[in-house]
Design a protein. Structure first.
Length: 318
């Protein structure tokens, strides 16, 4: 393979992966009722830091129109919320150049295949990661957890879960659950005709219950044991945000010295994850965290004053 062929091949992989991801993101954001937001941005460094103002307690109070005397002012406080950058890798992948020549195929065709598979793999990784982070952060707040392990997931448990938000329960805009939980909940009532979005093993359904159900067997949604426990997330809009900072950077390198000339290709990507009402604890979690760190509750600090201003609730069932 000539060097110029490698450049074309590498460009093809990146172009296809970028186009597939862009198309899938638009569909996914809408189908999830904008509870999980995926987008793109340029972030320099390992963290994205944002500051907002705290809710001022007792701002509106009763006064005595006939009274007098000094009133102590309440200072305005700020909240700092950190999103963290997550780093990923695609490959390496290798092949013999002879394979394509004997099949009469262009190596650009491999670029299309790898690009589409890389895009699906990156999207699945980003979804699994934000769900793992949401589960870790919310589970650190017992007031937002509902124990439904007396049975499989049912409507009563969903109602009890969203009741954790009190008079703001209607802000729960979508449910994210394991396929086992979805079958427990509605059985065969969910038909393919109601599928809103699909990529790989991820499906988003509308059950007619007023909120879409995102069905994915993400590792964070199950705790193995005897019996297994399943975790259903009830999320508000913009509960979890994935910002793709580097879609896909890759390189293809020819390798000689073996019986046949081969090519090795490898790519890398990164993205930031952030959640409503929670921030990454830089001191505890550190930079470029692995899955173990991202899935640890103590690495996520609650930044919102009220539980009702956070990402959502968790229901645990059989």
């Amino acid at each position: 393979m000539a060097l110029s062929d490698m450049v074309v091949f590498n460009t093809q992989v990146q172009k296809v992966a970028t186009e597939v991801i862009a198309q899938a993101i638009m569909k996914f954001n809408e189908a999830s009722n904008n509870t999980l937001i995926m987008g793109g941005s340029d972030v320099i460094g390992d963290y994205l830091e944002e500051a907002s103002y705290k809710l001022i307690a007792g701002l509106a109070q009763r006064r005595n129109a006939y009274g007098s005397g000094a009133v102590a002012p309440t200072p305005i406080g700020q909240i700092q919320k950190n999103s963290v950058k997550v780093d990923g890798r695609i490959g390496p992948v290798s092949w013999d150049s002879t394979q394509f020549r004997r099949l009469g195929k262009s190596e650009e065709e491999a670029g299309l295949v790898i690009g589409e598979q890389a895009a699906a793999g990156m999207l699945q990784d980003q979804l699994n990661t934000i769900l793992m982070c949401l589960k870790a952060a919310i589970s650190g707040n017992a007031a937002l957890m509902h124990d439904g392990t007396a049975a499989g997931l049912n409507l009563s448990s969903l109602n009890s879960g969203k009741a954790k938000f009190g008079d703001r329960s209607q802000s729960i805009a979508a449910w994210v659950m394991h396929s086992k939980s979805s079958h427990d909940l509605v059985g065969d009532a969910i038909s393919n005709a109601n599928r809103l979005f699909t990529v790989g093993d991820l499906n988003v359904y509308d059950t007619g219950l007023g909120r879409p159900i995102i069905v994915t067997d993400a590792p964070a949604l199950i705790t193995s044991g005897t019996p297994d426990n399943y975790h259903t997330l009830g999320l508000v809009q913009s509960a979890g945000v994935v910002e793709i900072t580097n879609g896909l950077s890759s390189i293809a390198v020819p390798k000689t010295g073996d019986e046949n000339i081969s090519v090795e290709w490898q790519g890398e990507y990164d993205f930031t994850v952030g959640m409503l009402g929670y921030g990454w604890d830089k001191a505890n979690g550190g930079a470029s965290p692995n899955d173990a760190a991202l899935g640890t509750s103590t690495n996520w600090d609650k930044t919102a004053t009220s539980d009702k201003d956070t990402a959502g609730v968790i229901i645990t069932s059989l």
